[in-house]
Design a protein around this ligand. Sequence first.
Ligand SMILES: Nc1ncnc2c1ncn2[C@@H]1O[C@H](COP(=O)(O)OP(=O)(O)OP(=O)(O)O)[C@@H](O)[C@H]1O
Length: 253
Amino acid sequence: MSDNNVMLGAVDLSLARQGRRLLDGISLALPARGAVALIGPNGAGKSTLLNLLAGQMAADHGAVSLQGRPLQAFSVRERALRIGYMPQRFEPHWDVTLEDLVRMRVPGLGSAEQVLAQADLQTLGPRRWSTLSGGERARGMLAAVLAADPPVLLADEPGAALDVQHRLALVQALALRGRDRLVVVAMHDLDLAFERFDRVIVMHGGRVAMDGSPAQLLHQPQLDEIFGVHFERIAAPPHILLRARSRPQETAT
Ligand SMILES: Nc1ncnc2c1ncn2[C@@H]1O[C@H](COP(=O)(O)OP(=O)(O)OP(=O)(O)O)[C@@H](O)[C@H]1O
């Protein structure tokens, strides 16, 4: 990909904490459009990578670029206008209402009520953050982020706390957004990742282990290796579903 087409780039990103390498030489070129699923086992480094790409943390080594400029060259405000970031857990400093939160995240917005109504969340607007369920928080955050309409959206397991109906709706909304924006979503639902996203990046041990279209990756045995299971690939036209089976215990020698 030529540099002109790269919206968000990473070159040789590494980060260590307490003597452990959490990210180990990650390079990525993400275009201005596309729905990218970031998958990998627990502890692979997905959240850490999203954190760095969002500019929440600096790498020990390597750099992130946005629209061809180093991310550090953007002010916090400029960055916030360009990158929407939904962390895995979010706690506002004050126990604000959902409406307040939407207003804070989308400055200059006409009506927070309207944003919440579009997400079918109008009744929750006056409720304080501490009184909302995990799923209600996630849906409220997403409504705010989508209303801000940033060119880049980075979401860290946004569907984790959602019931099946809302998870499907959310993933569908994010994947659709990838038609004209860049969306990167860390997730554990592999079927949704392979079904709905244009590109799948598989992380393992702080590295990018696989990176390609769902069709390129779905049948590779490396996927089973990385997740430590045996995947049965089940034809469910037009898709293929993955059913994980435990591997036989390896005998100790
Ligand atoms: N501040 C820290 N100090 C030490 N280790 C850390 C720190 N932050 C993260 N880690 C470790 O870095 C590794 C990567 O964590 P990260 O949260 O990025 O993984 P992940 O792929 O998002 O995992 P999950 O699927 O469980 O959310 C983990 O082993 C985690 O324990």
